[in-house]
Design a protein around this ligand. Structure first.
Ligand code: ATP
Ligand code: MG
Length: 313
């Protein structure tokens, strides 16, 4: 079964999407894993980073985004089919033509990223999620929609990475419901770490109330500026903050990943799908940051995540 990981932080702009996309690229193209990215954020950033605007527009017009899954339930329509909605062979690092990917047998080990796209239409869905229960004669919880309709496809993948919006609303909860783990990307400053106790508490509550298996895999420090005293202090404060945040939950204090993702132009540019990139090092930067090439941080992060999950090579 795949490792299913949600990327969560209540703070916007802390590199949830950038980290999720880079991890997807790394696992797929450097570690030959089969990766599915689920985009649950109406901002559609992960979708655009992985398939670009043109393919996203096609998916949206055909009614094949995760927003349409919810809209079907709310409006009694039948447009979304997970099988049709999955965009195969995503990422500008992919070199296998999409029609060929469809023909390869499932048991062939080759790295790839598939995407279940999001849509801006998820904004309309957000406020109406409660109605799903009534619309389905209380046979389906608004938190269990993704589980029911998309969960059955997870078995084809080694990793399912879920990019969440910066809140813990019903749509995010759909991601938590199917996840084994959540990762908290954070900039090491007060504003970005402020919500961690709320995340830990809310997920603890959901784990109990909804009988979920999800646990925190760790905290990954992002956009680190080694010349910033605020960041250095924030990094030093983080272990204590994290201990306090998880003190009243039913789980141990999660680890802070040793890999600290530095602030680099390459990371910021890596989510521009339309950029031409020859290979992984070029995409994630060959310039030196803190003594090693920028792209190596992505490799370190993936190796650490794999080690935490017991997915050793
Ligand atoms: N390591 C990095 N170095 C420099 N810029 C970065 C880095 N990681 C992310 N960024 C930039 O920071 C901004 C926020 O990143 P991103 O969209 O990944 O955050 P997010 O947490 O997903 O935000 P949201 O909550 O809005 O979904 C983007 O402009 C992105 O390009
Ligand atoms: Mg995002």
């Amino acid at each position: 079964m795949p490792h299913v990981i949600s990327f969560i932080n209540l703070k916007g702009g802390v590199a949830k999407t950038t980290t999720a996309v880079q991890l997807a690229d790394t696992l797929a193209f450097m570690k030959r894993k089969r990766v599915l990215v689920l985009d649950l954020d109406p901002q559609t950033n992960a979708t655009l980073a992985l398939i670009g605007e043109e393919r996203w527009e096609q998916a949206d017009e055909r009614g094949q985004t995760l927003a349409h899954l919810f809209l079907d339930l709310l409006g009694g329509t039948r447009s979304f089919s997970p099988e049709r909605a999955i965009v195969r062979g995503a990422s500008n690092l992919n070199t296998i033509p999409a029609d060929m990917i469809d023909q390869l047998p499932e048991d062939v080990q080759y790295g790839r990223v598939d995407v279940l796209p999001s849509s801006i239409r998820l904004i309309d869905v957000q406020d109406r999620m409660q109605d799903i229960a009534a619309r389905t004669n209380y046979s389906l919880s608004p938190m269990a929609v993704v589980q029911k309709y998309v969960g059955p496809l997870f078995g084809r993948y080694d990793y399912v990475l879920i990019d969440c919006p910066p809140n813990l609303g019903f749509i995010t909860q759909n991601g938590l419901e199917v996840s084994d783990h959540y990762l908290i990307p954070t900039i090491p400053d007060r504003m970005s770490t402020y919500g961690i106790p709320q995340i830990a508490g809310k997920i603890d509550e959901l784990r109990r109330d909804r009988n979920l298996r999800i646990r925190c895999l760790g905290v990954v420090v992002t956009k680190f500026q080694s010349n910033s005293s605020q960041h250095k202090q924030g990094l030093a404060r983080l272990p204590g903050d994290l201990k306090a945040a998880f003190a009243y939950t039913n789980e141990d204090t999660p680890p802070i990943l040793q890999t600290v993702m530095p602030q680099t132009n390459a990371s910021a540019e890596a989510t521009v799908f339309e950029r031409e990139v020859k290979n992984y090092p070029v995409k994630y930067g060959t310039g030196l940051v803190g003594g090693q090439a920028a792209y190596k941080y992505g490799l370190d992060l993936a190796a650490e995540v794999q080690a935490l999950l017991g997915d050793e090579e």
